[in-house]
Design a protein around this ligand. Structure first.
Ligand code: HEC
Length: 503
């Protein structure tokens, strides 16, 4: 079966391609009526998705209004999304666009019964061969997320060649997460689907829809649990990792009862716990899983903060969380003591979430790019003082390195020099080189091969590529065409929690 057929079959199995049951007809001519008539068959009568993605305000958050208008008018080339310019007038299209930005009168529900009903197991746990079906180092594979057409390419990191490409759910959110042995990959999609993929057999094994809008998933270090963080509904959903069956749903509410969206979930492997960062309340949650049975989350621990954390970094041991606050400034929270232990001097808008650490002059330092200013802040991880501010070409998003390479690679994605990456010497903190893979094309998100010898850079456009550099000589060694390769993930670097990449 080709990819699309397989995907449609998967939808049918998952009960997605149901016939549309239209209830009370809204007044004709209204946006709601236009939706029922023209869109509901694909996007679902309740806008929760079907063959096409969910169309709730939360789903469309990242779509700019000009893009939304273009999609409605022209559709999306090479997808099932048709253009409506010929059928509907400008006023109708504008009304539809505005209506899509408002939520349904009753907040959509997604309860345990809905989650359970969506669960599909394609291959029972342990039913497939426990060895790779291909001839490549399974620990030096890369997953490249191609957001353009919702695919993942599997790259052999030694030969630097794709060995497989498969379709994913619409719009993956957060990076794919590997089981400790590198065999399984867990991914979450914007619309709430959690999928488990067997990388040795190159096939999906199970899927479940945990919510209507999901941030990301984390997998426990012991390989038993998967935790998903949702923004709609405002829940955490705990699954069994073997078959993705539902274990429990945790409502996310602060001590005062206020509900909150989840901003992200993490596996704090050294602590044998999950950590949930929350978007609307000044708390961080820790959920220990060591030795836990079905009650894996009974000891939920709340850590109260002074302020809601917008963006944060965990140190390598997960003893501390470094957070930036919405109104500027930052704090260091000791997760064991459960309290703030220091303030951070931060300016602009540091992107702590893509911070990295290394040892310099016997001190562990952490460096992170800045979304508003052309600089990289370097913080001493013991005194929590900013020891240097390195000027760069412009505001950037990612900073990446590897234990075996002397440079940290910084992009300037949010600036006119978005086509150029700069290399910072991790000891002198001087900018010592730069690469411009394709003038005018956005270059960002570096990930290294397991030995740190090659750096893989994304050209982010739809007709983009992965450009491979020799990390010492900065010579380009290869260019592999990709459809909007927004991220790439090396099995070894992720499962060993390399200090040069985010986890
Ligand atoms: C025949 C099926 C079909 C119909 C009918 C349809 N859509 Fe779609 N629509 C899709 C698919 C499939 C996609 C995903 C395209 C892609 O892969 O980017 C999509 C994407 C979209 C998107 C972009 C979502 C995003 O997050 O990027 C919007 C907005 C949208 N549709 C609105 C509508 C509206 C409004 C109507 C009715 C006027 C409609 N669609 C009718 C199938 C359909």
């Amino acid at each position: 079966m080709n990819g699309i057929l397989r995907w449609i079959a998967a939808c049918m199995l998952a009960g997605l391609c149901q016939t549309v049951a239209i209830g009370a007809q809204p007044a004709s001519g209204s946006a709601a009526a236009l939706y029922s008539q023209h869109c509901a068959a694909c996007h679902g009568p309740d806008r929760l998705g079907g063959m096409g993605p969910a169309l709730l305000p939360e789903s469309l958050e990242r779509l700019r209004s000009a893009e939304l208008a273009t999609v409605l008018r022209e559709g999306r080339a090479a997808t099932q999304m048709p253009g409506f310019a010929g059928q509907l007038g400008d006023t109708e299209l504008n009304d539809l666009a505005a209506w899509l930005r408002t939520g349904p009168a009753n907040s959509p529900q997604w309860a345990a019964a809905d989650i359970r009903a969506s669960h599909v197991v394609y291959h029972a746990a342990d039913s497939l061969p426990a060895r790779p079906t291909f001839n490549a180092d399974p620990a030096n594979l890369f997953l490249v997320v191609e957001a353009g057409s919702h695919h993942i390419s599997v790259l052999d990191g030694d030969r630097l060649e794709p060995i497989h490409r498969f379709r994913t759910r619409f719009a993956l959110h957060g990076g794919p997460k590997f089981s400790q042995d590198g065999r399984y990959v867990f991914m979450a999609s914007r619309d709430g689907w959690v999928s488990k993929y067997d990388l040795w057999n190159l096939t999906f094994t199970a899927e479940i829809r945990v919510g209507l809008n999901t941030r990301n998933v984390a997998v426990s270090d012991d390989g038993k649990w998967v935790l998903a963080g949702n923004t709609l509904p405002q829940t955490l959903v705990l699954l069994r990792a073997d078959d993705l069956s539902l274990v429990r749903i945790i409502d996310v509410r602060g001590r005062d009862g206020q509900a909150s969206r989840v901003s992200a979930v993490y596996d704090a492997a050294p602590r044998h716990s999950f950590i949930a960062a929350l978007k609307d309340i000044a708390e961080v949650w820790e959920i220990p899983y060591a030795g836990a049975g079905a009650d894996a989350v009974s000891e939920l621990k709340r850590i109260a903060l002074d302020d809601v954390l917008d963006d944060f970094y965990f140190d390598q041991s997960y003893a501390h969380i470094l957070g930036a606050s919405r109104d500027g400034g930052g704090q260091v929270v000791d997760l064991t003591q459960g309290r703030k232990v220091a303030d951070l001097a931060l300016s602009g808008m540091p992107h702590l979430g893509s911070g990295i650490t290394w040892v310099r002059d016997g001190h562990e330092v952490m460096a992170s790019p800045n979304l508003k200013q052309g600089n990289i802040s370097v913080i001493d991880m013991q005194s929590w003082r900013t020891v240097a501010t390195v000027a760069t070409n412009g505001p950037g998003f990612f900073l990446r390195s590897h234990e075996n390479t002397p440079y940290a690679w910084a992009d300037a994605m949010m600036s006119p020099k978005r086509d150029t990456l700069q290399l910072i010497d991790k000891q002198t903190l001087a900018v010592v080189g730069s690469v411009t893979p394709s003038p005018g094309h956005t270059a960002a998100h570096v990930e290294f091969t397991r030995d740190g010898r090659y750096a893989l850079v994304s050209l982010m456009e739809r007709d983009g590529a992965i450009v491979v550099y020799d990390a010492c000589t900065l010579r380009e060694v290869k260019r592999i065409p990709m459809d909007k390769p927004i991220g790439k993930y090396n099995v070894f670097n992720k499962t060993t929690r390399s200090s040069g990449t985010s986890h």
